[in-house]
Write a protein that binds this ligand. Structure first.
Ligand code: FES
Length: 67
């Protein structure tokens, strides 16, 4: 938990993983990406065009292809 009692990591059913605060995300190629927003959405469906971040593409996927 971060200060204020909010979790740092939230898994959204069928959607991204939300990260609260400053984090470093390593992609499949080993490249590190620093969060720049108070809350950042990490893609879990693998279909985003702005990996490793979520671009909302998961919303148009058939339910069985969503994370
Ligand atoms: S989880 Fe949103 S685009 Fe992949």
């Amino acid at each position: 938990m971060s200060e204020g009692g909010h979790p740092d990591v939230i898994l959204c059913p069928g959607g991204p993983m939300l990260l609260r605060g400053d984090h470093v995300v390593q992609d499949a190629d080993g490249v590190e990406h620093h969060t720049t927003r108070p809350v950042s959405a990490v893609c879990r469906c693998g279909k985003s065009s702005i990996q490793p971040w979520c671009d909302g593409t998961h919303k148009v996927l058939p339910p069985k292809l969503r994370p």
